[in-house]
Design a protein around this ligand. Structure first.
Ligand code: COI
Length: 353
């Protein structure tokens, strides 16, 4: 049983969910860790959280998060996509940062109660969903660098449209040759906030240069493709679907895993292996590279039609158009998520009635 503190006044719901992560629902879930244990969580009005300027997360970034989505199908049933996997991954992120992990079943119960309460906020138009952001952070009020003794676990909900302002239209990526996202032994394989802070400069420079995002290379040899930062990456090279193998520096994306499973179920082999950027660029020059697409919770399936490296741009597939495999994955994945296609994998968790 999760206590609910009622809102005095409910917000006006927007007519359309046409932005990403800008509008938030009436309620949030908050649970605090103190004296060596997680306390009882509470659902309360979405509002500011009070932190002193000496709160440890503001100084040392001991914080992790997740991103997942809820959908409402044609019959009004609310569906969470692979929520258990998100909470399981959050535990690995917590472990990496010495944050006491939140029990995955308890987190799922909390999320289910919150989403059930906020079910009317779930948008139903194609390409929209209720984006769910669980996060956990250190809240000690002291400046020593060590594992904190106090934490907060919060879940907020945001009715959202496509992550990229141009929706499912293809994006442009810049091969990042100067900065790196992650190195062996670091935090690249975990969903921790520092990874994102460290990626912002390269992202801003890419946007300045006319691209949407950067394509990260490995931190050691600067040779092998890793991921995009907000998405994992797939290539269709010589007719084969190829994606960088999880090597300890790449985020184990849940959409990445779903796509691999969907492709295999359709009899399309997927190679998970090291992908040399030279091989990608050679393929772009020769035409052997017919598709690139990113996968992620927020981005869903994001086709890439332009790859830039050192000021030279390569067109991938047909400009402005998604490739056949990206299109098929988008339709299948969103079909399962929204209940149009049967969920043969047991990925969907239904909420309430
Ligand atoms: C997601 O896909 O949910 C992410 O967390 C990526 C990004 C929005 C940070």
């Amino acid at each position: 049983m999760i206590d609910i503190i009622e809102c005095g006044r409910l917000k006006q719901k927007p007519e359309k969910a046409d932005s990403f992560g800008k509008v938030f629902t009436d309620y949030m879930y908050v649970r605090e860790y103190a004296d060596g244990k997680w306390g009882n969580g509470v659902i309360r009005p979405f509002d500011a959280i009070e932190l002193l300027p000496c709160s440890s997360v503001l100084h040392y970034g001991q914080a992790a998060f997740e991103g997942l989505k809820a959908y409402r199908d044609g019959r009004g049933t609310v569906r969470l996509f692979r929520a258990r996997d998100n909470f399981a991954r959050m535990r690995t992120s917590c472990d990496r940062l010495c944050i006491p992990p939140v029990d995955a079943d308890e987190a799922l119960d909390a999320l289910t109660a919150l989403v059930d309460l906020e079910r009317d906020w779930i948008p139903v138009e194609r390409g929209t969903s209720l984006y769910i952001r669980p996060f956990v952070f250190a809240s000690d009020e002291s400046l020593g660098v060590h594992a904190a003794h106090n934490y907060k676990f919060i879940i907020i909900l945001s009715p959202s449209g496509a992550y990229y302002s141009h929706g499912f239209a293809p994006v442009a990526l810049k091969v990042e040759r100067e900065y790196v996202r992650a190195s062996k032994g670091g935090t690249g394989a975990y969903k921790v906030v520092g990874n994102y802070a460290a990626s912002i400069k390269a992202g801003e420079l890419a946007v300045r240069d006319g691209y949407d995002q950067v394509l990260w290379l490995d931190g050691g040899e600067r040779k092998y493709v890793e991921e995009v930062g907000s998405m994992n990456i797939f290539f269709v090279l010589d007719g084969k679907v190829v994606t960088p193998a999880l090597n300890g520096t790449i985020l184990p994306g849940i959409t990445r895993d779903s796509c691999i499973k969907l492709l295999k179920a359709k009899g399309i082999p997927v190679e998970e292996r090291r992908v040399d950027i030279a091989e990608v660029l050679d393929g772009a020059k020769s035409g052997a590279l017919t598709e690139i697409f990113g996968t992620g919770t927020a981005a869903v399936i994001s086709p890439v039609d332009r790859l830039g490296d050192g000021g030279v741009d390569y067109t991938i597939g047909v400009r402005g158009k998604a490739g056949a495999i990206a299109g098929m994955l988008f339709d299948t994945l969103t079909g399962i998520q929204t209940g149009v296609i049967p969920d043969e994998f047991g990925w969907v968790v239904k909420v309430g009635k």
